[in-house]
Design a protein around this ligand. Structure first.
Ligand SMILES: NC(=O)C1=CN([C@@H]2O[C@H](COP(=O)(O)OP(=O)(O)OC[C@H]3O[C@@H](n4cnc5c(N)ncnc54)[C@H](O)[C@@H]3O)[C@@H](O)[C@H]2O)C=CC1
Ligand SMILES: N[C@@H](CC=O)C(=O)O
Ligand code: NA
Length: 915
């Protein structure tokens, strides 16, 4: 953690800068509030009095404010005669961590001193851990454990050491003497508790509240030591609350305002240090504001003085768009509306307690959450939302929150529809067991009601429902009371989700694409939040998918690369070179989480360092295991979207696609085996993929990086009718026949094609025509034909004698002995003014395909190619006279890897990255 001093040597400058940024909206918000107050005839008058003070009196000593000004009649002054109010007040609250050590208390003093506001009211918690120490004293005394005496000494010691470090001279002496007096009172009280073996709430509150009394005094003395007048306020004299049941109190604002006014009459001050957490009842019995009490104190006091701002100092930079432990890309929100803040806090985000927001919200007083350890961070301002005209979805959803350890209860049956009182009976039973209903959903058919309760309460709820509905269940009017365990809630929060179409569609789309099943949904008419219930194990992934989808963070895609051969390694290098650009310009974060070859694999939890993937695969690899590889990718909850990229030519790898897609893992490949394999398997794969939100892209299987599959899809999807697809589909064979012109032998040219990376791992796949036949099959099936590879007649260019070679290398070695055959076939064509070209045809009209070596006249487009060019002509209903032609290099490492890469980016774009 950065210390305050290290974070900013000039906190005052940061403050001034902050003021410059904030002063306009803040004042504007307050004057808006005043206008509204005036129009509603509410307690505007006292504020008016202050705001109308002559300029020279503003910032003057408080006694100038103590007499009602001539401009205001006595009736107008109401109760608030002495209490100065309005936007000269800046309220700060410093929690226990901020007050943890003498150095930190000094930092707090410095921050207060540098706040240029005319009046400052600072609410402090006890020094960190002191509240727990105080409760411990009470518990020990009540348990008749006399070690409370030693524990009380420790409390004294802690404060004494801090005070000695922080204060000196008269101030130190006064503080210690007050503490001595307090400690002897506490001793007496704890002794009484010890004897009684019992403690009342007010006794306990009295004891515990001393932590705040001491921290407030210490800070007050520390500020005074710097020469600035400062008073401290025991808020038990001022804040009056009514207990309203277990662990809840309601402030009595009118009474508190009167008491505050009296306090000011006695102690006018410009800088006041007030105790957080503690208050009194009407009968002046000490009490506390319960959980998050100091924040509440600051909010109540802020509303009493109509502060221009309440700043809550803590140890985080502000409110995050999602729990940063689950979404590392979560961002600090610069603003939140009051409603958004309380929605977030309800859903367990580390924001203010909703009751803290209510007092300040009434007067449109902004609350700013800031980090005392990073004062250069502007923090999060919670205020009435400034209207934003952009209308973008991103701004509609401000943040996401989750609640775990829930169970869903589903009450179902035909006897519920149209029967008044069913909901009452269900929730009456839930109330009877004291369970907390977190969310409710009922379809309008009324056949089922489902609701979420904490997992630990569900068995009682289920039992109570079975008892309550025993009769209805046995008569069949209710079919079941079902409990679904291990659920979580994901909530999207944002004020402007209201009336913005597309928000829920985008949310559900993001969840669907991450293969996450939604069990129940709720959205109130306020539309401040959309709540979905899902399996707890999916929750982090869902959160991350939704978060990135609303552009709150990057679209993160976990990538697994199978087969780091020629294409695989070229792709890895392209990914390495382009990763930063994609992150920066396109908001896409591609993480290679693993690389597997046929023997070894390397797995990473955060992403492989692509500058050294080869070394890692050699030195830190483990034995290859494809199931483990896929599991590694899918079990990483930090990456909602995952894709396996198959860069092998292996049939067995291709046979896994179905399972992977089923698990929600997207698949991208240049491997032709799945799409040209057995028809029934292919159809099963495509059916599954079409029915799911999981993508399967394979552009590079035909024409490498050329847009062949996408062109065909475009024609089909726009309603064109494919008649015939004809072309040169093999980069290898194109290269061979483009270059076999009598100057080199046939086997030399084949070796060149292999060397250039155009051939399949075994070049016989190309020379046999099988590779072209596979491409013909892929396009034929894409066009709707149900053909098997064996349905395609193929003219093989592999001599009979070489078909049985045990390897591609052996074939290459023996090939030269057949060169003479090729020389004569080429010569024959040349004499006729023709060239040899190896072509594939998809004859859609006649439902067949064909692969053959043909002769073309020298002026035919197929004769004009060079290098590894493919040329593919689509003859369709719309492109009948002149076919649509795609031409260009159709093989080679760079273009093929780029084709695969662009499929990955297409996937990212489908998943929500900007296109
Ligand atoms: N070379 C080209 O121009 C084009 C190639 N393709 C296709 O790209 C794919 C890859 O081709 P190349 O990189 O040239 O082949 P390659 O032989 O250089 O690389 C394949 C890699 O996959 C690995 N491998 C094989 N079986 C495996 C398994 N079961 N598990 C894990 N790894 C395994 C091999 O060890 C090798 O590292 C092939 O399907 C090919 O048809 C597609 C279009 C163009
Ligand atoms: N070996 C193939 C590579 C592309 O699929 C070819 O030569 O076309
Ligand atoms: Na292609």
């Amino acid at each position: 953690m950065t210390s305050l001093a290290a974070a900013s040597p000039h906190p005052g400058a940061a403050f001034a800068a902050r003021r410059r940024h904030r002063v306009h909206p803040t004042r504007e918000a307050i004057s808006q509030c005043w206008r509204r107050e005036r129009s509603q005839g509410r307690s505007f008058r006292s504020s008016l009095r202050i705001s109308n003070l002559p300029g020279q009196l503003r910032g003057d000593v408080p006694k100038n404010l103590l007499t009602p000004t001539a401009a205001v009649s006595v009736e107008q002054v109401e109760a608030s005669t002495y209490l100065p109010k309005g936007d000269m007040w800046s309220v700060h609250k410093f929690g226990g961590t901020c007050m943890g050590t003498p150095q930190r208390i000094q930092n707090v003093a410095d921050i207060v001193l540098r706040d240029p506001s005319e009046r400052k009211l600072v609410v402090v918690s006890a020094m960190s851990k002191v509240t727990d120490m105080m409760y411990n004293l009470v518990n020990k005394a009540q348990a008749r454990d006399d070690s409370y005496i030693v524990a009380l000494d420790e409390v004294f010691e802690k404060h004494m050491v801090a005070a000695k470090d922080l204060l000196e001279g008269e101030d130190l002496a006064r503080f210690l003497s007050q503490m001595h007096a307090d400690i002897s009172n506490l001793k007496a009280m704890l002794r009484a508790i010890y004897i009684a073996g019992h403690v009342t709430e007010s006794f306990s509150d009295f004891v515990v509240g001393h932590g705040e009394l001491w921290s407030a005094q210490m800070l007050s003395f520390a500020i005074k030591q710097s020469g600035t007048p400062c008073s401290w306020m025991d808020t038990r004299e001022v804040l009056v609350v009514n207990p309203t049941g277990s662990n809840q109190v309601d402030p009595d604002y009118l009474e508190s305002e009167k008491r505050l006014d009296k306090w000011f009459a006695r102690k006018p001050a410009e800088t006041i240090i007030a105790t957080g957490f503690i208050a009194s009842t009407h009968e002046n019995i000490p009490t506390t504001l319960k959980r998050d009490g100091s924040d509440f104190s600051a909010a109540i006091i802020g509303s009493l003085v109509k502060a221009r701002q309440v700043t809550i100092w803590t140890d985080v930079d502000g409110v995050f768009s999602a729990d940063p432990r689950k979404v590392s890309e979560a961002v600090i929100l610069s603003t939140l509306s009051y409603q958004e803040a309380w929605e977030m806090s309800y859903f367990g985000a580390n924001v203010l307690h909703p009751r803290t927001i209510i007092p300040v919200m009434k007067y449109n007083i902004p609350i700013v959450i800031r980090n005392i350890f990073n004062i250069s961070a502007p923090g999060t301002m919670i205020c009435q939302q400034p209207t934003n005209e952009d209308g973008d979805l991103e701004a509609c959803v401000k943040a996401f929150a989750t609640i775990d350890k829930l169970a869903l209860v589903n009450v179902e049956g035909t006897g519920m529809a149209g029967v008044p009182g069913t909901a009452n009976a269900i929730f009456g039973a839930v109330k009877d067991v004291g369970a907390n209903v977190i969310m409710i959903s009922q379809a309008s058919s009324e056949h089922s009601v489902c609701f979420a309760v904490p997992e630990k309460e569900v068995s009682a709820v289920s039992a109570a429902l079975h008892v309550r509905f025993r009769e209805a269940l046995s008569a069949g009017r209710l079919s079941k009371v079902e409990v679904i365990h291990n659920c979580s809630i994901l909530a999207a929060v944002g004020l402007r989700m209201a009336s913005t179409p597309g928000v829920s569609a985008t949310l559900f789309d993001a969840l669907a694409k991450a293969n996450i099943n939604v069990r129940a949904i709720a959205q109130g008419c306020s539309e401040y939040n959309i709540t979905v219930v899902l399996k707890q194990e999916d929750c982090v992934r869902a959160l991350r998918a939704a978060h990135s989808r609303f552009f709150l963070s990057k679209t993160t895609l976990a990538v697994g690369i199978i087969g780091p051969g020629l294409i695989g390694r070229t792709l890895l290098n392209q990914l390495k070179d382009q990763a930063a650009v994609l992150k920066e310009n396109m908001n896409i974060d591609l993480r290679v989480m693993g690389i597997t070859g046929s023997r070894t694999m390397f797995l990473s939890d955060t992403g492989v360092d692509l500058t050294q993937w080869k070394e890692l695969l050699e030195t830190e690899a483990e034995p290859a295991n494809l199931d483990k590889f896929a599991y590694h990718l899918s079990e990483n909850h930090f990456f909602p979207n995952r894709v396996l990229v198959d860069c092998t030519a292996d049939t067995s790898v291709a046979s896994h696609y179905y399972d992977w897609l089923k698990k929600g893992i997207h698949v991208i490949t240049p491997n032709k085996k799945a799409n040209s394999g057995p028809l029934d398997r292919y159809l099963k794969l495509r059916t599954l993929q079409r029915a799911s939100y999981t993508h399967y892209f394979y552009e590079a299987t035909v024409g490498a990086g050329l847009p062949i599959i996408s062109t065909l899809r475009g024609l089909l999807e726009t309603g064109d009718k494919i008649l015939r697809i004809e072309g040169i589909f093999s980069g290898t064979l194109s290269y061979i026949f483009n270059n076999f012109e009598g100057t080199r032998t046939f086997s030399d040219v084949v070796a060149e094609a292999k060397e250039a990376g155009y051939t399949e791992p075994d070049p016989r796949d190309d020379l046999s025509g099988t590779d072209v036949a596979r491409k013909v099959i892929i396009l034929a099936r894409e066009s709707g034909l149900r053909l098997e590879l064996s349905d395609i007649p193929v003219r093989s260019l592999v001599p009979e004698e070489l078909r049985m070679c045990s390897s591609g290398n052996e074939y290459m070695q023996k090939l030269p002995s057949f060169d003479h055959n090729w020389a004569s076939e080429r010569k024959e064509a040349e004499v006729a003014g023709e060239v040899l070209r190896y072509v594939g045809v998809v004859d859609v009209a006649n439902k067949k395909g064909q692969v053959e070596l043909r002769r073309y006249k020298r002026d035919h487009p197929f004769a004009q190619l060079s290098g590894s060019d493919n040329i593919i002509a689509f003859t369709t209903s719309r492109y009948k006279e002149q076919p649509l032609i795609v031409r260009g290099p159709g093989a080679g490492a760079e273009v093929t890897a780029a084709g695969v890469f662009s499929d990955i980016l297409r996937l990212a774009s489908y998943l929500g990255a900007p296109s």
